[in-house]
Design a protein around this ligand. Structure first.
Ligand SMILES: Cc1ncc(COP(=O)(O)O)c(C=O)c1O
Length: 369
């Protein structure tokens, strides 16, 4: 029997997560110079200087295992969210917390509902657990169709995910619609609100998922240090939920997933208000620039509440942009083959992107130089 034959059938069917290409990879493979990476919604301002200092300070003690309970970080996060430390779960990125949810609640015959298109890891997590992922199409404006998601709930549903703002569309749902949806959800369904980009939301009626986590047992507000806080490479995410839910997730959490460096950097970044303000400002300016300039070229864009913008271009344009040294996320695998997702980058990277789009719009070949 081959190894493949011995792999669990639902794992054999799993498509691996495809990360965005790195700039050095594209430069090497395509022979382009100075490629800019606008694929993974990383913070163009980089990490907080306080986080860098915290990492440097601890570099000499990486022979020690981390604090398994992440007491310091959980305490700080609890203070910020106005909950007790037992209501905070941390993980090696919010990815890991999605995996923990699947481990605890999903098995053969169970269902997890999520919007579609949305973040690719929901599928990986549900399928790895042998469960069925029920994908509910976004509406015509590419916003969550919460009525359709509510209608998709069955007695097999264990988890419902709302991704707000949604990746890769940047669209968000408002408080009234969300509150109605959450209030009507059966009590025995775990509600996960993935808020990886919530800090960027400007709408006044922003959903308060932490408030829902405080009052609806089985609700988890999921956050990350990978985006606004610029710590994607260190892998720290967290969830706010009731103590019971956190306790179950904690049981299956690998003991030392969050490293000492990651914990210290996250604590430092959390209170670096100058870095936070600058990151928000750079994102806002970059987003407005990209929206304005790309729309002026005649491409359809969707209003974004996040750190990226969805652009309707044409099939194959992601590759054409890459050959021009501008790496964006092609969305073929997300049911949006004529769209790309452009992360907000530095002002120079954003300009490169607009220049490349203009070049292709004008029928230019795959070289700008
Ligand atoms: C919606 C969403 N959720 C979760 C994540 C995972 O973030 P991380 O594992 O880096 O915390 C991402 C990353 O891109 C995301 O876009």
């Amino acid at each position: 029997m081959s190894l493949e034959d011995r792999v669990k059938p639902h794992i054999a069917k799993l498509e691996p997560y495809q990360p965005g290409k790195r700039a050095d990879e594209v430069e090497r493979e395509l022979g382009v110079r100075d490629a800019v990476k606008l694929t993974s919604n990383e913070n163009p301002c980089g990490p907080s200087p306080h986080a860098i200092a915290a990492v440097q300070e601890l570099a000499g003690s990486v022979d020690q295992y981390p604090d398994r309970s992440c007491r310091q970080l959980r305490g700080r996060l609890a203070e910020h969210a106005g909950v007790g430390p037992e209501q905070v779960i941390v993980g090696a990125g919010s990815d890991e917390i999605i995996e923990l949810l699947a481990k605890v609640f999903l098995g053969q015959g169970d269902e997890m509902i999520c919007p579609w298109p949305s973040f690719a890891m929901y599928k990986v997590a549900a399928q790895s657990a042998g469960a069925q992922l029920v994908r509910v199409a976004l509406d015509d404006e590419l916003v969550h169709d919460l009525d359709a998601m509510a209608a998709a709930v069955t007695e097999r549903t264990r988890i419902v995910v709302v991704c707000n703002p949604n990746n890769p569309t940047g669209t968000s749902v408002g408080r009234d619609a969300f509150d109605r949806f959450a209030a009507a959800l059966p009590d025995d369904v775990v509600l996960v609100v993935d808020e990886a980009y919530v800090e960027y939301v400007k709408r006044e009626d922003c959903v308060d998922a932490v408030e829902w986590a405080r009052r609806r047992p089985g609700t988890l507000a999921l956050r990350t240090f990978s985006k606004l806080y610029g710590l994607a490479g260190l892998r720290v995410g967290y969830g706010i939920a009731d103590a019971d839910l956190c306790g179950w997730l904690e049981r299956v959490r690998p003991p030392f997933g969050v490293t000492r460096l990651a914990e210290a950097a996250a604590c430092a970044a959390l209170d670096d208000h100058e870095h936070i303000e600058r990151s928000l400002r750079v994102n806002e300016e970059g987003l407005r620039y990209l929206e304005r300039e790309i729309a002026a070229l005649g491409y359809r864009i969707w209003p974004s509440d996040a750190s990226f913008v969805l652009v309707r271009v044409a099939p194959g344009m992601g590759d054409a942009l890459m050959r021009l040294g501008v790496i964006v996320r092609s969305l073929d695998g997300f049911g949006l083959p004529d769209c790309v997702r452009v992360s907000v980058g530095s002002p120079e990277a954003n300009e490169r992107c607009v220049k490349a789009l203009r070049h292709l719009r004008e029928g230019g070949a795959a070289s700008l130089r």
